[in-house]
Design a binder for this molecule. Structure first.
Ligand SMILES: *[C@@H]1O[C@H](CO)[C@@H](O)[C@H](O)[C@H]1NC(C)=O
Ligand SMILES: *[C@@H]1O[C@H](CO)[C@@H](O)[C@H](O)[C@H]1NC(C)=O
Ligand SMILES: *[C@@H]1O[C@H](CO)[C@@H](O)[C@H](O)[C@H]1NC(C)=O
Length: 407
């Protein structure tokens, strides 16, 4: 009886361990500028691509106008390089007046008028990574109030130009300060990325109580190497990372680079498949004005988004890794599963992969499962646990299966 009660107690404690702001019960979706537009402040020579209110409004227009919003892509965020070089006379952050002449409040209002949410960026340190004024321990409350007054819905707090002790004080302090504003503001912390992403320096229990999402590894860049490196780090450290995620608290392997320059069509499918299985934020960082039909089709796949947004919020895990193939599995609501089979080889021919549901460890529903090929939009049929599933996976490519039980 005592053990039983203790179990209940621990169960409740575990469930209460996410930041209590009611936000991000499923991973956030939207658009952020950093990977694609970097710190381009040259509005004179590059007015359409510089970090400015014009760029943010253009992306809000596209999110609302091109079918993104209806699918759940709702955040349009700023990243570094929006701020003026100095705080104002009252000590508040202010935007660069040439690039944001209408001010941030007006920009947030514009984004809200499109039925979208607006996110902003600061840095727990003396300066942001690009050298703009940062948030110090002394300015945390002022900055939280300023963001709330502007109508901000998400804050990403980077970690350049401060040490571990400042971060250990600053991130929890900002979490409290955001709460005190009374405005629900999702909190994205770069804290663990600056501490190597792993215990003992990173305490994932504490992170889950402090932040809604967190970057824990290297910034993504526009290449297969960068993407693969991130996937491998997540696989290698999954026993630490997987339990940290859940509704309201997500690992963030960084932005989707589909629609940019570095990934092939098949490699683009790898990123969305893995990000869906990892319950990762779906933040695009591409030019939505010129995105190809092909890239848009990948990102707007409803079944893919259904998997990513599964309400159980269980992060998937790599279940096998061999010389060529990695199999990743995510349990979903109602006994459903997502399975990603990635061919990490680079020898140029599609490689056969033959398996059964039983071999994939999917044994719950004896009657079998309906299998859908998510990214090729194919219904493959109903399979019993021992039926052979035969497929081919392209080099640096993936097959993403969605499994619906027949029970
Ligand atoms: C602040 O925290 C309390 C309790 O922890 C919670 O009930 C409330 O919804 C939070 N408010 C905001 C705006 O996050
Ligand atoms: C961290 O930085 C603060 C402020 O600059 C300083 O007072 C403190 O000694 C530093 N702590 C460590 C461990 O370096
Ligand atoms: C991690 O943080 C939690 C919550 O604040 C705390 O209870 C626990 O003792 C910490 N763990 C370690 C190893 O410091």
């Amino acid at each position: 009886m005592l053990l039983f009660s203790l179990g209940i107690f621990l169960g409740l404690a575990a469930r209460a361990s996410s930041l209590d702001n009611g936000l991000l019960k499923t991973p956030p979706m939207g658009w952020v500028p950093w990977e694609r537009f970097r710190c381009n402040t040259d509005c004179k020579n590059d007015p359409n691509n510089c970090i400015s209110e014009h760029l943010i409004k253009a992306m809000a227009d596209r999110l609302a106008g091109d079918g993104w919003k209806q699918l759940g892509y709702e955040y349009v965020n700023l990243d570094d390089c929006w701020a003026a070089d100095k705080r104002d006379a009252q000590g508040r952050l202010q935007p660069n007046p040439q690039r944001f002449p209408s001010g941030i409040k007006a920009l947030a209002d514009y984004v809200h008028s499109k039925g979208l949410k607006f996110g902003i960026y600061s840095d727990m340190g003396r300066m942001t990574c690009a050298g703009y004024p940062g948030t110090t321990l002394d300015t945390i409350e002022t900055d939280a109030k300023t963001f709330a007054a502007w109508g901000v819905d998400m804050l990403k707090l980077d970690g350049c130009f401060s040490n571990s002790s400042i971060k250990a004080l600053g991130y929890p302090k900002m979490s409290v300060a955001l709460n005190k504003t009374g405005r629900p503001i999702a909190f994205s912390c770069s804290w663990p990325a600056y501490e190597g992403g792993l215990p003992p320096k990173v305490n994932y229990t504490l992170l889950g109580k402090t932040c809604n999402l967190w970057r824990n590894f290297a910034d993504i860049e526009d290449s297969w190497d960068s993407l693969f490196h991130i996937i491998e780090w997540y696989g290698k450290h999954q026993d630490t990372l997987q339990p940290a995620a859940g509704p309201g608290r997500w690992n963030d392997p960084d932005t989707l680079i589909i629609g940019d320059f570095g990934l092939s069509y098949e490699q683009s499918k790898v990123q969305v498949a893995l990000w869906a299985v990892l319950a990762a934020p779906f933040f695009m960082s591409c030019n939505l004005r010129t995105i190809s039909a092909e890239a848009r089709d990948i990102l707007q796949n409803p079944l893919l988004i259904y998997i990513n947004q599964d309400s159980l919020g269980i992060q998937g895990k790599r279940v096998t890794k061999s010389h060529y193939f990695e199999v990743w599995k995510r349990p979903l609501i109602n006994g459903q599963f997502a399975i990603a089979i990635m061919n990490n080889g680079t020898d140029g021919t599609p490689r056969p992969f033959v398996t059964t549901l039983g071999l994939l460890g999917i044994l719950d529903c004896k009657a079998g499962y309906k299998i859908y090929d998510v990214l090729d939009k194919l219904f493959m049929g109903a399979y019993k646990l021992n039926d052979t599933i035969s497929t081919k996976v392209t080099p640096t490519g993936v097959i993403l299966f969605f499994l619906r039980p027949l029970c």
